[in-house]
Design a protein around this ligand. Structure first.
Ligand SMILES: Nc1ncnc2c1ncn2[C@@H]1O[C@H](COP(=O)(O)OP(=O)(O)OP(=O)(O)O)[C@@H](O)[C@H]1O
Ligand SMILES: [Mg+2]
Length: 278
């Protein structure tokens, strides 16, 4: 698909939305450490994510990008601040993070299936086949019958070009194929938002293309996505907005072509110089 068409899809997606699909306000997160002060990783992050938008998150190692993604689907509970998603406000209290102040485990599970995540290291179950990895969430979370789950999983594997690998175990798949199974697994849950945490950085260069193509396809279909990546060509081509994070705060954000092509902040400039020189 030509570049103009891809960016057009993103723009149209955003225009059609009312308010943001997901908002983060004042998100803070610390990790406890033995015999040291807690490590303050997110120091008050505000972010709006719009329907159909592809948001690319960049920043130096340790700046808090993965932690922020994990906070967005509550794999890592944030300590302060609030997240609004589909009309529900998620806030922490002493027992966890709950929508509108209620302890509701089912809603938490639902939120995690609506905000799908793809990890750098795939995170497939090694003792399950490709199709079993995909059916798992459909059975456990969506409570579908084996037949229904099987048919959705097979369709999703076919969509990522792996219909013929459904009975293979992860150890029998290339890195790129494993990552495409992980994408199929998240998509099978029919998520509203997809989070990608450096999905191509563990892959050999020749395998990256297939995974990036899947992400471009999703973007062109209007999926709302947050992508942590060092693939600047992808960020420019597919990203609607780029957010640069450093030391747990958002330092600069704007249209991809401005932030990557003409960064204003000094820290963004030196980060991009180092990435583009690598
Ligand atoms: N579960 C954890 N327990 C303790 N510290 C953690 C944990 N997860 C992350 N950290 C620390 O939080 C900081 C931010 O980590 P994070 O993984 O969010 O960075 P990142 O921006 O994704 O970096 P990278 O580009 O290397 O993936 C780091 O100092 C890291 O060591
Ligand atoms: Mg990371």
């Amino acid at each position: 698909m030509p570049n103009e068409t891809l960016s057009m899809v993103g723009r149209l997606g955003r225009q059609s939305a009312g308010g943001p699909l997901l908002t983060l306000r004042g998100i803070e997160k610390s990790f406890l450490r033995q015999s040291a002060e807690p490590l303050h990783v997110l120091k008050g992050v505000d972010l709006d994510l719009h329907q159909g938008e592809v948001l690319v998150l960049i920043g130096p190692s340790g700046s808090g990008k993965s932690t922020l993604l994990r906070c967005m689907n509550l794999l890592a509970p944030f300590d302060r601040g609030e997240m609004t998603f589909q009309g529900k406000v998620w806030r922490p209290n002493e027992k966890g993070i709950w929508p509108d102040g209620r302890a509701d485990q089912k809603m938490l599970q639902q939120l995690r299936s609506q905000i799908g995540m793809v990890f750098q290291q795939f995170n497939l179950f090694p003792h399950k086949t490709a199709i079993e990895n995909v059916t798992l969430g459909l059975r456990r979370v969506k409570k579908l019958s084996q037949e229904e789950a099987q048919s959705i999983a097979q369709r999703e594997l076919e969509r990522v070009g792996l219909g013929h690998k459904s009975d293979s175990y992860p150890s029998q798949l290339s890195g790129g194929q494993k990552q495409r199974v992980a994408i199929a697994r998240a998509l099978a849950m029919k998520p509203t938002v997809m989070l990608f945490d450096e999905p191509t950085s563990a892959l050999d260069p020749e395998l990256r293309g297939g995974v990036l193509d899947e992400m471009k396809r999703l973007a062109s279909e209007g999926m709302t996505m947050v992508v942590v990546t060092h693939e600047m060509a992808f960020a420019r081509e597919v990203g609607d907005r780029v957010v640069f994070m450093d030391h747990g705060v958002i330092v600069e954000e704007g249209p991809a072509r401005d932030v990557i092509g003409n960064p204003r902040n000094e820290r963004t400039q030196s980060f991009l110089k180092s990435v583009l020189a690598a």
